[in-house]
Design a protein around this ligand. Structure first.
Ligand code: G1P
Ligand code: ZN
Length: 544
């Protein structure tokens, strides 16, 4: 076994986005593409000798091959220890859990989250630091800078190892430990929640639930936790076997893509509770009988009731939400008298706040919710939190939601996505709105008067780092808001996201359909940015 030095040259476009580097499988499998990026991660870390890594991914096409390459490169770069999930599998929250539990120096997670998989689909790599969280912007920038000046990578000349057998293998001077990808995570969940209480809820003859793993990574985790440890009836977890192409589906847990679950919730025998997770297990969607629980509301409800859960019985240090997320959780934080932080889109901004004990819970409108138990959003954790809450409060999910609105008022929220639009046109559209921001205050748009308008800029309260250009905010005097931003995770053209929210306290107006409640705002948002005119799209591709 010898270390081979392979000459290479920089490849364009290896810039991590909202959540690591995401490209098509075709691009990732170009000669040297994966190797260049992995070597750039290692170069950005400095001297890797003696360091340790976690490694695993969501099981999508190219996951296994990529894992073998990364192991050979880690060995050639001097890592002393790599902990890898059996089958090269690890959900994103489980990777975070393992980095923290075993005190590793970081981890590489192979995932393109909810993007479609298979040979024609997407692939991705994320690097997480020693706190278990996504690399902060400073590290991502250093990785990108390293990609632009790379001239060689190192790889050990050795065959593939058997990643399906638990145990320890030596690669050069690197110890590779193949571990059960589920056990540590399941133990962590058992330490946070009241498992006996959840088990008795799941054993109740009138409580029927379904968890849709969407043929992605959470299948094995949900089977172990919900069916084996908590005793839910067999069949509670559907689409439980991870497939390289997610069964041809789109593993994004929302009403548009979790079709099997939605059908069961609305069938002849409607279920009391339904949930789904995404490709890499960090997102969650939660449904009560006859109701969709918007992720913004879900975060607010978890925060308002956190002391009913063993892990949070002592209260919360603070809460954070991404900027486009509705302000429902802000009302809870104000009520609890704890701080509420507004961060840019992407989980990496929550890590510093958690490491400094400034927040305990956080979330994003994009079906991401989490707490300081790990440094990633966590799909199954959110589902278990809801189950524990339903059991502890002895109320169905829909009642918990309704009572929350009655107490705090309702923040109507929707996001409209225009996918795969021409990147130049999308950038020009956003730029045109940005130029108009100073003139907007005082203007009336669709019956709403603009109070303030800005391009969101975040100063991290812990390390003072500044992230500018994080989305255009139009705030109205009646509490409504429109946000425009371009996605940082797509791989085809650009995706324009437009977020709308408004606040309603009138008890008679709490049950409207969000698209109806927000209709005048939506029309104003389309008009202001000229979406139909400039993009030639009359309807969004996805509404959540
Ligand atoms: C999207 C979501 C964002 C989330 C990210 C990774 O990023 O909007 O909230 O953190 O996926 O799951 P975007 O494509 O908008 O940049
Ligand atoms: Zn994800």
């Amino acid at each position: 076994m010898s270390v081979v030095r392979v000459n290479t040259q920089p490849l364009a476009g290896q810039k991590p986005g909202t959540s690591g580097l995401r490209k098509t499988v075709a691009e990732f499998s170009r000669p040297g593409y994966l190797e260049n990026f992995v070597q750039s991660i290692f170069n950005a870390l400095g001297d890797c000798s003696g360091k340790s890594l976690a490694l695993g991914g969501d099981g999508r096409f190219y996951n296994r091959q990529a894992a073998q390459v990364i192991l050979r490169m880690a060995a050639a770069n001097g890592f002393s220890r790599v902990v890898v999930g059996r089958g090269a599998l690890l959900s994103t929250p489980a990777a975070s859990c393992i980095i923290r539990k075993y005190g590793l120096d970081g981890g590489i997670v192979l995932s393109a989250s909810h993007n479609p998989g298979g040979p024609e689909g997407d692939f991705g790599i994320k690097f997480n630091g020693a706190n278990g969280g996504p690399a902060p912007e400073s590290v991502s920038s250093a990785i990108h800078a390293a990609t632009t000046r790379l001239d060689h990578y190192l790889v050990l000349d050795t065959p593939d190892i058997d990643l399906d057998r638990l145990g320890t293998v030596t690669l050069g001077s690197t110890t590779v430990e193949v571990i059960d990808p589920v056990a540590d995570y399941a133990d962590l969940m058992a330490s946070l929640f009241d498992f006996p209480r959840i088990a008795s809820l799941l054993g109740h003859r009138r409580f029927h639930m379904c968890f849709d793993a969407m043929h992605a990574i959470t299948g094995p985790y949900a089977l172990e936790i919900l069916e084996r440890r908590l005793g839910a009836p067999p069949g509670t977890v559907i689409n439980a076997v991870p497939l390289e192409d997610f069964g041809g589906g789109h593993p994004d847990p929302n009403l548009a893509h979790a079709g099997d679950l939605v059908a069961r919730m609305n069938g002849d025998e409607p279920l009391a509770f339904g949930a789904a997770s995404d490709g890499d297990g960090d997102r969650n969607m939660v449904l009560g009988s006859g109701v969709f629980i918007n992720p913004c509301d879900s975060l607010a409800i978890l925060a308002a009731n956190a002391t009913a859960i063993p892990a949070y019985s002592g209260g919360l240090a603070g809460i954070a939400r991404s900027m486009p997320t509705s302000r429902a959780v802000d009302r809870v934080a104000a009520d609890l008298g704890i701080p509420c932080f507004e961060t840019p889109t992407g989980w990496k901004f929550f890590g510093n706040l958690m490491d400094a004990d400034r927040i305990t819970l956080c979330g994003e409108e994009s079906f991401g919710t989490g707490s300081s138990h790990v440094r990633e959003k966590d799909g199954l954790w959110a589902v278990l939190f809801w189950l524990n809450l339903i059991a502890a409060l002895s109320k169905p999910a829909r009642t918990i939601l309704r009572e929350h609105w009655q107490r705090y008022g309702r923040d109507y929220f929707t996001r409209h996505d225009y996918e795969a639009v021409d990147a130049d046109k999308a950038a020009a559209l956003v730029e045109a709105v940005r130029e108009r921001l100073p003139e907007l205050p005082g203007q009336c748009l669709g019956g709403h008067t603009v109070q303030a308008a800005d391009d969101f800029c975040y100063t991290d309260p812990v390390d003072g780092s500044v992230s500018a250009g994080q989305g255009l905010r139009i705030l109205f005097t009646d509490g409504a808001r429109i946000v425009y931003r371009l996605s940082g995770t797509g791989t085809a053209g650009a995706t324009l996201r437009v977020y709308y929210d408004s606040y309603q306290r009138d008890p008679a107006l709490l049950e409207l359909a969000p698209q109806r409640a927000l209709a005048t705002l939506i029309a104003a948002g389309d008009e202001l940015a000229g979406i139909s005119r400039l993009l030639g799209r009359t309807q969004p591709d996805v509404i959540t």
